[in-house]
Design a binder for this molecule. Structure first.
Ligand SMILES: C[S@@+](CC[C@H](N)C(=O)[O-])C[C@H]1O[C@@H](n2cnc3c(N)ncnc32)[C@H](O)[C@@H]1O
Ligand code: SF4
Length: 378
């Protein structure tokens, strides 16, 4: 276990995008105040129950936390500082929609030092199809506004979209990476059950790229980013250099601990009982009520079994260039990893096993989940 951070989920959005299945709600007619108060009370409830340590990272994710103004963000950050403490130079990230760029300066003044900007596409027709309110010029303006604050800047893009060609994607990617960003999260479009896109696909209005084209998109992404000096350090995450890696996301991928606050937030905490997984009530009203009534927003918390903790460490570690630590995983499982399977997957070019770590090759990254399953089966 290494590192500790805080994730705060702000679930409200100006509108719900047709591809998104995150825990999100329309911001219209919602007063942010009860949720802000509940988040701070939840933090206090946590500190009353568990020993605390200063946070090395704080991630305000969503939903759309960039809807919050500098004063509101300042209140949240001050509460974390007062109740847990923040280590010097802590990474404090805000997930931000481009249309909220006029607030970036006040948000940075409140303590945000890293902006993760949801550009999603650099093609105006595609942005419209994604249900977004911004044009690509506004995404560029948002990157510039974030860079002007002196903060670190990351960009989110979605590719393998309906109707997008490999050469369209190549052009978008090259343009985006010429902007003043140090990091990019590049996600293949996943059409999730229950979303408007899933309904459109079911009606035959939209057609998703088949598995071969999807693999071609991923391989092209790896090659172009590498050539442009943004190599992948995780399946979907790319950075200019080691210092630009997301310290907060590394907690998830390297067995760190984090406190999850806000509707639907997940957490992982090491307690005297063992490693516990926590999940907060998903609906904002239920979360706010739970915090008022019990002092904490959790809907459920349970101790991970050794098998579950080992599987999670393997799957997450395999997603990164750091790899998965074999001895740690075996210690969680209480049994050895199958060396015959490791050797076979290595001979087939999917992975390497050196210095006690399993690391996936580019060929292995495409099928990371399947390899994790093969290695975790006794
Ligand atoms: C939960 S969203 C929050 C970010 C912010 N509200 C925004 O929309 O820009 C985080 C990121 O997940 C990605 N994402 C959401 N739904 C997706 C999907 N169905 N397929 C691929 N990426 C998705 C988007 O790139 C998005 O920026
Ligand atoms: S993609 Fe972002 S803005 Fe759109 S619904 Fe999801 S969280 Fe909200």
């Amino acid at each position: 276990m290494s590192g500790f951070g805080v994730y705060i989920h702000w679930p409200y959005c100006a509108a719900i995008c047709p591809y998104c299945d995150f825990n999100v709600y329309r911001a219209k007619d919602r007063d942010p105040e009860p949720l802000l108060e509940a988040l701070i009370a939840d933090l206090e409830g946590h500190a009353a129950r568990f020993p605390t340590s200063p946070a090395q990272t704080l991630f305000l994710g969503g939903g759309t936390p960039s809807l919050l103004n500098g004063r509101q963000i300042g209140r949240l950050l001050a509460a974390v500082e007062r109740i847990l403490g923040l280590t010097p130079g802590a990474e404090i990230t805000l997930e931000a929609n481009p249309e909220d760029r006029s607030r970036f300066a006040e948000q940075a003044a409140a303590g945000i030092n890293r902006f993760s900007i949801g550009a999603q596409a650099l093609d105006d027709a595609a942005l419209k199809a994604l249900g977004r309110f911004h044009a690509s010029a506004e995404a560029e303006a948002a990157v510039e506004a974030a860079a002007r604050t002196g903060g670190r800047v990351s960009l989110d893009l979605i590719y393998a979209r309906h109707g997008q060609s490999l050469s369209d994607w190549d052009k978008e990617l090259r343009r985006a990476l010429s902007w003043p960003v140090e990091h990019a999260s590049l996600y293949q479009l996943t059409v999730k059950a229950g979303t408007a896109f899933a309904r459109a696909q079911a009606r035959g209005v939209l057609a998703a790229p088949g598995p071969e084209l999807a693999s071609a998109f991923y391989e092209a992404t790896l090659m172009t980013t590498q050539a442009l000096g943004f190599p992948a350090y995780e399946v979907s995450n790319h950075a200019r250099n080691r210092a630009a890696w997301s310290a907060h996301n590394l907690l998830y991928w390297t067995g760190g601990q984090w406190l999850g606050l806000g509707p639907g937030a997940h957490g992982r905490l090491l307690t005297p009982k063992g490693l516990i997984a926590t999940e907060a009530h998903a609906r904002p009203e239920a979360y706010i009520r739970a915090v008022r009534e019990t002092g904490i927003g959790w809907d459920q918390s349970y101790c991970l079994t050794g098998e579950e903790a080992g599987d999670e460490r393997l799957l997450m570690g395999l997603r990164t260039v750091l790899g998965a630590p074999i001895a740690d995983i075996e210690a969680f499982w209480g049994r050895p990893m199958r060396r015959d399977r490791l050797a076979l997957l290595q001979s087939e070019g999917f992975l390497t096993a050196e210095d006690g770590f399993v690391r996936l090759t580019a060929k292995g990254l495409i099928v990371a989940d399947r390899i994790a399953l093969e290695l975790s089966t006794p």
